[in-house]
Design a protein around this ligand. Structure first.
Ligand SMILES: [Zn+2]
Length: 389
């Protein structure tokens, strides 16, 4: 049995004292990140050949910083070593060319810190209480209760000022009963997913459901921002944070965005679980190879994000439950006739590389095809060929 790691997202409801303590840990982690980053930069500027300091060395420096700045001890100590490790990771990704140079953290952005589990100091007490270092028992709500061995907890405060945590757990994979069935899935814009058995699954328009409420608060936010700016011109002592009405409108917008994102995530979670339970082998297109990652249209950007999330969910669920996920090259899956195998080059594309036709007839064998179902069948068959090889 292999062990897998998975994060469980929970919503935290800290009391006032706990909120204060969380703010202290946010502040100390941010301060440490910025100072370590400044130190590394300065070191490099003074002596370009000086070796970069790893997490281990930064943790050594941390001990001395704690002597110099005793208030650092008010934060959970693993949050500080965790910050060093995160900075180290950021540097490693930068050295590998996977991401940009680490940035300084500002108070304005989403705040977070990570606590590591040592000597069982993070415990899920019951369905609604979790013990967290320095905070004690915190009330929480979760769709799925974290289970397995807890490795760490990341606590963050969203733009809506809600508190959230991700509990990273390690547990042994459980194999779901085998069903002997396989399925190919094509993703699209009109329907979210098209299965090779002909089922079309569309994602509910969660954004439309909240559209009116969002517009209402957006209008208020922009109106209140304008009058706040007017007032700030007259009185230079005023800060944007002083305008509680504007802050409330801004928070409400963030809340609605988060709500819609949560609805989408929840939907994809259920859909992927159902697929993994129902099928032994799931074949999808390699979306990165499909070249749909960059475009400026909001609806497509959202669709892209959802597909990526969906593919990730399928990947870890297949791994967790002993099922198989195969990614195939998306080339020609739409234009190939699944009956005779000929490639129909006469199908039209629009500017985005999306096929315009929804239905077509095979020029060789005359079969009538629904574009998406035909593609899903091809994906399934290609996947099986790859999987058997
Ligand atoms: Zn044909």
């Amino acid at each position: 049995m292999t062990k897998i790691k998975r994060g469980f997202r929970i919503r935290l409801y800290p009391n006032d004292a706990q909120k204060e303590q969380i703010a202290v840990s946010f502040g100390c982690s941010r301060w440490l990140w910025n100072n370590m980053l400044a130190m590394q930069k300065e070191r490099h500027d003074n002596e370009p050949s000086a070796p970069y300091l790893s997490a281990f060395s930064m943790n050594y420096l941390l001990k001395q910083l704690k002597r110099e700045y005793p208030w650092l001890k008010d934060a959970d100590s693993t949050a500080l070593t965790g910050t060093n490790e995160n900075l180290h990771e950021a540097y490693v990704r930068f050295f590998k060319g996977q991401s940009r140079f680490p940035k300084f953290k500002s108070k304005r952005h989403e705040q977070s810190y990570i606590s590591k589990c040592v000597n069982n100091n993070i415990v899920v007490i019951d369905a609604h209480h979790i013990r967290i270092p320095k905070l004690g028992s915190v009330y929480f709500k979760a769709g799925k209760l974290p289970h397995g061995r807890i490795c760490s907890i990341t606590i963050r405060q969203k733009a809506s000022e809600k508190y959230e945590a991700s509990v990273l757990c390690e547990y042994e994979e459980v194999d779901l009963p085998k069903t002997g069935k396989t399925i190919g899935i094509d993703v699209g814009l009109k329907d979210f997913a098209i299965l090779s058995d002909g089922t079309k699954i569309s994602m509910p328009r969660f954004d439309k459901e909240s559209e009116e409420r969002l517009r209402h608060w957006q209008r208020l936010a922009s109106r209140r921002l304008l009058s706040a700016k007017e007032a700030m011109k007259k009185n230079e002592d005023l800060r944007l944070t002083d305008f509680k009405n504007y802050q409330k409108a801004r928070r409400m917008c963030a809340k609605i965005y988060e709500h819609v994102a949560n609805q989408r995530k929840d939907y994809l979670d259920k859909l992927s679980t159902w697929l993994v339970k129902t099928y032994d082998v799931i074949v999808i297109e390699d979306l990165k190879a499909k070249g749909m990652m960059n475009n400026h249209h909001l609806s497509r950007a959202i669709a892209n994000a959802s597909w990526n999330m969906f593919a990730d969910m399928l990947a870890y669920k297949c791994l967790s439950y002993g099922k198989k996920l195969i990614r195939v090259n998306p080339g020609y899956t739409s234009q190939t006739c699944n009956v005779c195998g000929c490639v129909n080059n006469r199908m039209g594309y629009n500017a985005y590389g999306w096929l315009k036709v929804r239905e077509w007839d095979c020029p060789e064998c005359g079969s009538h095809h629904d574009r998406d179902i035909n593609a899903a069948i091809n994906i399934n068959e290609t996947g099986l060929a790859v999987g058997l090889a």
